[in-house]
Structure formats: C-alpha cells, structure tokens
Design a binder for this molecule. Sequence first.
Ligand code: FES
Ligand SMILES: [Fe+2]
Length: 384
Amino acid sequence: MSNPINAPKFVTPQVEAMQKALTEIAAAPEGAPRGLPGIFYGDQDYFEYEAATVLRDAWHCAGREDEIAKVGDYITVRLVGEPIIIVRDESGIKALSNVCRHRGMPLVEGVGNAKRFVCSYHAWMYATDGSLLRAARMKNDGFDPKSCKLGEFHCIVRYGFIYVCVSDTPLDFDVELDGLNDLIGRYEPENYRLVHSDTEIWNTNWKCLVENFMEGYHLSVVHPETLHGYTPTGLAKKAASGKGFTSYNANYPEDTPSRGKGAPGLSAEERHRSTLFSVFPCQVVSIAASLLVSLSIRPLTSNSIQVKWTMSVYGDELDYAAVKHRIKLWEDVNQEDREKLEWMQTSFQSVHANGGPLAGPDYEGTVHDFLLWLNEQNNKYSRA
Ligand code: FES
Ligand SMILES: [Fe+2]
C-alpha cells in the first residue's frame, strides 16, 4: 500500500513556519487558548502536507454498517485520494481498492450489490474478497493471478460506523477512542437504523466544519429558528475528551420535553440532551436518545470538502412524519452552517486573519482539543 509519492515530500519553509505556529498555539497558557490563523485553512501547500501526513494516517468514517446489510452489498468512496469499495462478503466488511490490478481502471461506482466485480475494460473478474478469479487470454510468463488480488485497506466497524485507514501506519484506533464508550455506549449507537443519507460539496476547509460542528458558541446566533429553542448556546457544556476525540453536551431547556426514550440504559439527563462528539480528524456526530446524525468530512482541496451525512433512528419511536421533519431540520441546519463557512473561507488569506482568542471550555473547549490533537500529530511528522 505504501506509495513513495505520498511521503511528506514538501515541507516548504512556509509549512515549517505553520508547524511552528501550531506548536505555539498548543503551548498557549491555560485559560488563554487561541484559534489557528486563517492561512492554515486557506493554503494549498499546507493542505497537501496534511493530506500526506495527518489525514493519511487517520481513520475515516465511510458510512453506516447497515448501508451494506446483505452479502454482496457495496458502497464506493474516495478517501485521501484512494478509490475504495466497501463491501460485505461472507466473512464481514472489507475495504477493497477500487482499482483493477491490470491497468488501473476503477471497477465500480456508486452503490450496489455484486457477486463478482468485473472490470469494464478487459473483463478481469474479482471475487468480493478481492481475489482475481479470471483474466481471459492472458499469456505472460510473469502473470501470477494470486499476486493480482485487489489491494485492501484497514477497516474497523465500531458503533455501527465503518472506519477505514488507507495508510500502512494507522493510528491505534482503540487508543484514540479510549473513553468514548463511557460517553455514548449507553445510547447503543450500533442499534440505530439508517433512514437518510446525502452527499454535498461545500467550499470550506475541512477543519472549519470540524470546529464549527463541535462548538456550541454559535448555536443561538447562527441557528435562531432551527436549534436555539432546543439547544441554546447558554446550556452547552463541555463533556469528555480522549486522545483522539472530544465532545460537548447540547442540553435542552428544562421546560422542553425530551425527544424520545431511546435505549433502556439511558439516564434522564442523557434523554434530555444531544451529545456532539468528533472522532478526529474528519467525523462529527450528534447522538440523542432517538436520533443519530453523522457527518463524514472528506477533504478535497484547501477550500473544498465532500460531506456525507447520515441520519439514523433508534427503535420505532419516530414515525414517518417525525423522521421527515428531522431530515428537513438537519438540511436547514447544515445549510445555515454551510453559508457561514463558505463566507468565512473567503477571508482566510487576509493578514488580519491571525487566530483570535477562543471562548471558554463549555463553548469552544472542543476546538482547543482538536488543535491540541493536530499539534500532537504534527509533532510526530516533524520529528520523523
Ligand atoms: S484495466 Fe481492468 S481488465 Fe484491464
Ligand atoms: Fe451549526
């Protein structure tokens, strides 16, 4: 899987200067955290450095397990430049390279169900475990079908989400997520059922959406009609963080009804809030008793991302009309955030976009956690 062109090849003086700036931000005195200067969100050299380092070695959420419920079901995805088929075969879920071992044609696109993958170019045929089954008319002394199995990437299913890492040196997933189960395990996230999925392109830097989703400071300002009534900024409370995740609770006002019973093990407080968490670097999630919304952020360039978002429900508490209403609500919320982020992206080249002070832990502590994680990753590569 290793590919020399993906090595961190261009630590330019500018990237070096930015690494130093990140270190300084992480070293800010406690109680005086600062955000990143705009250049981190707008510079294409820095983005390419990130793509070859922190993004490549990280775990990315490809979707929900029940998107491919039956043997042979597959979805296709492109993660950190790698075309991938996520397929369920008899032995479980696999992340296969969507690149024919003959001359490099993608094998499938979109979603579907297949017993075999047949290349549309010269008809090489692969099993759903990636083995090459047939290659017609091949006369070549060096041709060994066994060595022409499709490439495969690391793949883990956790909490009903499918995570993939394209690197030979993935982060230790269990270490990264240590502590997350105490926060969300009682919701039984693996038991939520998919009801909606959509994919969009947003003109923003990937880090902006992580930070935006993970801070409660903007809720009442940006979402006065859609979210303020249930999750006002004033009730946001920082919650647990671990090596590779952070979270906060968006509490509902006391006089509002809870939004469903959900799993039997939930406390009254857990039924009366949404918990927002991020699995660094590119997944942000909102989990509540009856509703689970996840955004998988796929960085494309310094100023564009693909966003795949899914909505899942617990049990049968929400009827068709309620689900439809929640989908519309989330579409509106996403649109409100998108407009803000796309506008903000236009000012990052300014010399005055130099990283302002962050609000306290309950409002922007999650942003601070994310920056600390980025710095830790960054240190790893600067030392290498
Ligand atoms: S490129 Fe796939 S069979 Fe030739
Ligand atoms: Fe928002």
